[in-house]
Design a protein around this ligand. Structure first.
Ligand SMILES: [Zn+2]
Length: 407
């Protein structure tokens, strides 16, 4: 398919970073971009108006959750996901694969697709590449994703190879099943941390041909240097003139690194989930709002932030709300963290346009550390889970089990 939806405006001379515009049926997205995660048809605690005010250009919805509840047919009756949730800007839906594969013993994978039991009522369901695309066609997001297998870590070479090859066959089936021409179907590259497999996965996914490509299977529990190495190897192999999406990653530092490798799109639950846990990203470092030192701190959460939260409320008040588990705490802290991420991306785009991205990357050394402590804690938690049970289930740590735990 000729790629005429994505235009690169500026390319950095020292890194692979680029600024672009991605045209969709619901408007243009400026890249590199961060997509807040709206699992169940809502970015938790935020109205669409809130999201627009902090500069959100595109959000992500989870096919698996929307399929189970309220059901894609109800969303179809509402006129599609945009109308159902009153969000007028672009949406990307994932394929549901990640959540389904995370169900561990409750799912069976075959060449045809995946059979699983609902986490809600134990009912049996079957999602194939065709079924995933059918559901996503009905949901009506602007960008939809191929149904892939995200292999567990660790997986041996043979498993990774077989899984990657099945994902290629599924990608072909997804493309054939795709019926809604207002939607751009992106392919997904897999292959674990094996460079030779990543290379084949890129070549053959590109051969099938998609208007955009995602890098899947990263940030699933591997060590950070290995993730960076795999990313730095894989991203530049993808076609230069197509948008590149790094799925489910990550910290502010990961975003900056990803951009330097030529990635255009990111999503992660980290800013929203951390906000609800009282962990904030600020320009003056990470803040745990529950800490006693904020008890009588009547200054803003981030003195350099122009978000509604920082313009109107103090750390002492936010700490009080958080400790009382007031709903407003979740909302105000979510708004700030998302604003921080979106502002970071605005800064990145500006730096690339002005030819200062390499310096920007160096300057934000402190920023790069943000989120890493929390991430480390999560990784340790995930490793424990891996040792305890099905390793596939452990990958879910960042995406689904945490959704269920919070709010
Ligand atoms: Zn703020």
């Amino acid at each position: 398919m000729a790629d005429n939806k994505f235009t690169i405006i500026h390319t950095d001379s020292q890194t692979q970073a680029r600024v672009g515009k991605l045209r969709t049926a619901h408007g243009v997205v400026n890249t590199p971009i961060f997509m807040p995660v709206g699992t169940r048809g809502t970015v938790k605690t935020c109205t669409p108006r809130d999201l627009v005010e902090i500069g959100t250009e595109i959000i992500l919805g989870n096919t698996y959750h929307l399929y189970l509840r309220p059901g894609h047919r109800i969303i179809q009756q509402a006129g599609g996901l945009h109308k159902f949730m009153a969000w007028k800007k672009p949406i990307l839906t994932d394929s549901g694969g990640f959540q389904v594969f995370s169900l561990g013993p409750f799912r069976t994978i075959t060449e045809e697709g995946v059979e699983f039991r609902s986490e809600i009522d134990g009912s049996k369901h079957f999602i194939s590449p065709e079924r995933s695309i059918e559901i996503q066609n009905v949901l009506g997001a602007d960008i939809i994703m191929a149904f892939d297998e995200c292999p567990p870590l660790p997986s041996d070479y043979n498993y990774l190879k077989k899984s990657m090859e099945m994902t290629l066959r599924w990608a072909q089936r997804c493309k054939q099943a795709h019926r809604n021409r207002n939607q751009q179907l992106f392919g997904i590259v897999q292959g674990g941390m094996e460079k030779s497999l990543r290379k084949v996965s890129v070549e053959r996914t590109v051969e099938i041909g998609f208007p955009g490509y995602a890098i899947g299977g990263l940030s699933v529990g591997e060590e950070k240097p290995l993730m960076y190495e795999t990313l730095a190897y894989t991203a530049p192999l993808l076609p230069k003139d197509s948008p590149r999406y790094l799925m489910g990653v990550g910290t502010p530092g990961d975003l900056v690194y990803g951009v330097s490798c030529g990635v255009d799109m990111f999503d992660c639950v980290m800013p929203t989930r951390n906000a609800r846990n009282g962990s904030l990203f600020t320009t003056v470092g990470a803040v745990k709002i529950r800490n006693a030192k904020h008890k009588t701190d009547f200054t803003p959460l981030d003195p350099n932030c122009v978000c509604h939260t920082c313009q109107n409320f103090t750390r002492a008040y936010l700490r009080h709300l958080h400790l009382e588990n007031e709903i407003l705490a979740h909302r105000l802290l979510t708004l700030h963290n998302l604003h921080f991420y979106l502002n970071l991306m605005r800064g990145i785009r500006q730096a690339i346009r002005e030819g200062t991205f390499a310096r920007f990357k160096g300057d934000i050394g402190g920023l790069m550390q943000l989120g890493q402590t929390q991430e480390k804690e999560e990784m340790e938690g995930k490793k424990r889970k891996t040792e305890e049970g099905d390793s596939r289930n452990a990958q879910d740590g960042l995406r689904t089990s945490d959704y269920r735990r919070t709010i």
